[in-house]
Write a protein that binds this ligand. Structure first.
Ligand code: NI
Length: 130
């Protein structure tokens, strides 16, 4: 896909939309995506794929509905976490935050099933960098 290196800070500086991932490169059949996030996303589930999160800056909390019950994981800058396939989750950023996601190309940001999508959440399979 990309034939030149991509600067993540430059990629993030190229847009301001929240919860609206840009695809910075691909690895085999996976996208590497980055986005700004703040506030709540939406409860959703990916039935067929895990979802990898890396916090580039800020803080991300992920609410999880696991078989054992609900819990929240908190990811500081530099932390990684993988939501297993089939686990309902809702990301939340208490402060302006930037994250990197790794997931199969074509994966929707709102999963295969989701609650009503709020206006500030972009339901997308990722946008190309401009
Ligand atoms: Ni997800």
């Amino acid at each position: 896909m990309t034939e030149e290196p991509v600067s993540l800070p430059a990629a993030l500086a190229s847009f301001t939309e929240q919860w609206s991932p840009r695809i910075v490169t691909t690895v085999n059949d996976y996208d590497v995506r980055v986005t700004h996030v703040e506030g709540e996303h939406v409860w959703h589930v990916h039935d067929h794929t895990d979802e990898f999160f890396l916090v580039l800056d800020g803080e991300l909390r992920i609410f999880l509905r696991e078989p054992e019950g609900e819990r929240t994981v908190t990811l500081a800058k530099g932390a990684v976490f993988t939501v297993p396939r089939g686990v309902e989750h809702k990301p939340y950023a208490p402060v302006p935050t930037q994250i990197l996601l790794l997931e199969p190309s074509g994966t929707s940001t709102v999963g295969d099933r989701h609650d009503e999508i709020p206006d500030h959440v972009d339901a997308t399979t990722g946008h190309a960098l401009r």
